[in-house]
Ligand binder design. Structure first.
Ligand SMILES: [Zn+2]
Length: 254
C-alpha cells in the first residue's frame, strides 16, 4: 500500500500524523480521490526535500506551516510533469505583508522608484517565492473564496517553467498552445474592457473573477489558477472556455 514511500526516500520525513492533520485542515483537498492524495503526498515529500524554507521578521516555521505551504504548492502541479516545480529552491515566509522596492520606467522613459506592499511574490527565474503567513492563514479560514496567495504565486512559477512568465504555461502541442492563447486572449480582452468601463464610470468592477487578472496576461493566469482550485464555479461562470482549458491543462492533458 505504501510502496511509493520506499521509492521516494525523503517521504520518510513526512510523518503520518502531520500529513493527516494537514489534509484535514486543507479543505481544498476534500474532493481529491484517494489515488490523488497518495500522489500528492509523494510530491509534497519531494518538495520538502528539495526546497529550503526561510522565515524572517520573527516568523516561526513548524512542521504544520511547512506542510500547509508545500501541499498547496504541489496541488496545482499534481498532474503536471514531476519537474514542474524544479529550477528554484527557496520559500521565504514573512509574518504579514512586506514592502518591496520597485523600479519602473514610464512611457516618457522616466525612471520611478517606489515601495509596494505585497502579500506574495514569485521570482520569474530561479529566485524564491515569498509569502505572507497572515494571508496564508486567512486563505485557510476561507478556502473556497477564489483567493489564495500560495496558489497565485506557485501559478507564476508554473507559468515561468517554459522560460517566460507570460500567461502561457508549457503546452508542448502546438495546436493546443494556439488554442490556449486564442481562448485566454479573448477572455483577457473582455475582462480588461469590463474593468476599464468600471474605472471610467468611477465604479468598482463587478467581475466574476478578481479584476486584478486584467493587469497582465501572467496575472490572468495566476488569478484564474486561484479560482480554478478554490472557486471553480466562479471560473466556469466567468468563461466556460477558459475553465475548460484550465481543466485540461491541470489534468495534464495538454
Ligand atoms: Zn501575480
Amino acid at each position: 500500500m505504501f510502496g511509493w514511500l520506499r521509492r521516494s526516500p525523503p517521504a520518510a520525513t513526512l510523518d503520518d500524523d502531520a500529513w493527516d492533520r494537514a489534509c484535514r485542515e486543507l479543505r481544498l483537498l476534500d474532493a481529491l480521490p484517494e489515488a490523488d492524495l497518495a500522489r500528492l503526498r509523494s510530491r509534497v515529500a519531494r518538495f520538502l526535500a528539495e526546497k529550503q524554507f526561510h522565515a524572517t521578521h520573527g516568523q516561526e516555521i513548524d512542521v504544520r506551516l511547512r506542510l500547509i505551504v508545500a501541499t498547496q504548492c504541489c496541488l496545482p502541479a499534481l498532474h503536471l510533469p514531476e519537474d514542474t516545480l524544479s529550477g528554484w529552491r527557496d520559500v521565504i515566509l514573512y509574518p504579514g505583508a512586506f514592502r518591496a522596492r520597485r523600479h519602473e520606467h514610464d512611457e516618457h522613459g522616466v525612471a520611478h522608484e517606489f515601495d509596494e506592499d505585497l502579500i506574495g511574490e514569485a521570482d520569474e527565474q530561479s529566485g524564491p517565492i515569498i509569502l505572507s503567513v497572515a494571508d496564508i492563514e486567512a486563505d485557510l479560514a476561507e478556502p473556497f473564496s477564489g483567493v489564495n496567495v500560495i496558489l497565485h504565486e506557485i501559478a507564476h512559477k508554473i507559468d515561468a517553467r517554459d522560460g517566460a512568465c507570460d500567461g502561457v504555461p508549457a503546452i508542448p502541442d502546438l495546436e493546443a498552445r494556439r488554442q490556449w492563447i486564442r481562448v485566454m486572449q479573448a477572455a483577457f480582452d473582455g475582462l480588461r474592457a469590463e474593468v476599464e468601463a468600471a474605472d471610467a464610470a468611477d465604479a468598482e468592477p463587478e467581475t466574476a473573477i478578481d479584476p486584478y487578472a486584467a493587469e497582465a496576461p501572467e496575472e490572468f493566469f495566476a488569478v484564474a489558477t486561484e479560482a480554478y482550485f478554490s472557486d471553480p464555479e466562479a471560473l466556469r461562470a466567468f468563461d466556460s472556455a477558459v475553465f475548460e482549458e484550465f481543466r485540461k491543462f491541470y489534468a495534464g492533458a495538454r
